[in-house]
Ligand binder design. Sequence first.
Ligand code: BGC
Length: 445
Amino acid sequence: MKEKNNAFLLLASVVAALGGLLFGFDTAVISGTTPFIQPYFHLNDVGLGWTVSSLLIGCIVGVTFAGRPGDIFGRRNTLRVAALIFLASAVGSALAAKLWVFITFRFFGGIAVGTASMLSPMYISEISPGARRGALVSLNQLAIVIGILIAFFSNYLLVGVGADNWRWMLSVMGLPALLFFFSLLFVPESPRWLVQKGRTKEAFDVLSRINGEERAHTELRDIEESVAKEEGTYREVFSKELRPLLFIGMLLAIFQQMTGINSIMYYAPIIFKTIGNGTSSALMQTIAVGAVNLTFTLVSLRLIDRWGRKPLLLVGAIGMIVSLFGIAIAFFTHHFAGYLILVLILLFIASFAVSIGPVAWVVIAEIFPNKLRSKAMSVAIVTLWTFTFLVSLTFPIILDRLGGGAAFTMFGVMCVLLLIYVIFKLPETKGKSLEELERVLLKKS
Ligand code: BGC
């Protein structure tokens, strides 16, 4: 009889989370290259804006279409293709001599990011037992944060290598892409997907390795029952029954981006410049922001299955409200004494990392029924990327026209709404298997 094998489960989750690492790296690497690609390709500000955004547009396209191959060919196989696209994008954008080639390869990189941002958490959620799913899916967020950090450090190290520095910065991604591809050869397919394809015997094997043979019998029965219920069409995804769940996923996606996380992360140096804080070098800020982000994602990972998703969101929302309104007041009153702004920004990052950062991805990967998961997740995650795009497009304009006070007040108000939503509306999802959740959530909604 097969015993449950924790190392196997952890390894498969870590491999899938490499998709998150590439996601983090690819979205962050561009910031270090812009001072060099702008003169190289003779770009004005608008041109640069579009060149940078080509990745985000690719993400939206990737998420929109990744559900289908994920359903037809499997989560793991589609991730393998994404790994190859990551590789091609790294090499292609690094070697590009013409702007259209550069933009095209960045766009394809975006397709891979979008695909991984959906299928990595989905895969982990589908192989995890209920009691550990929160922590394992949060590994993906941990990997995103590590990917962002690697990009910043490698950009920092490579900036001095000469005129081709930006090419080297972009090519670094080839290494984790290769690692992702080869390590995906050693993990099993998602048991929930296998059942949908009628490959019950293989599904049972995977489930027994994860949970032991005894539990695997019950789980398999549960999954089969759930799969028999839906057909898996978009009509069902937008049906009255599923709409409340879709609403939860989309709202968490919007809230995650409307906290202003990416504005703070990527515009931190500009924010510091605006407020005239010459004391902290860009690198020190980056290290501080990265270290706090990483540490508090780890805290979240430890607590998400014990406390649950809601308590983390409550604590995090309160921290974000305090820090965002604090930053807004500092802007309104022009009072930026000492390290106050740095402390407030770090408090914000810590609060995000402990709460809506990982929790949004975890909840989006667990609330939908088996057969509708990929389509419904794709709707929620397209919403997430669309808001990433909109916020990054409008934040510099708002900062310029209305000032930091207005911008951070807006983000703060969104966190107040998040707090109210979590207190009054959001269901707790910790501990239950995906099939138990399906029964409870669909009955309620
Ligand atoms: C978000 C990204 C963000 C990252 C920062 C992720 O959960 O989706 O937009 O850049 O966290 O840690």
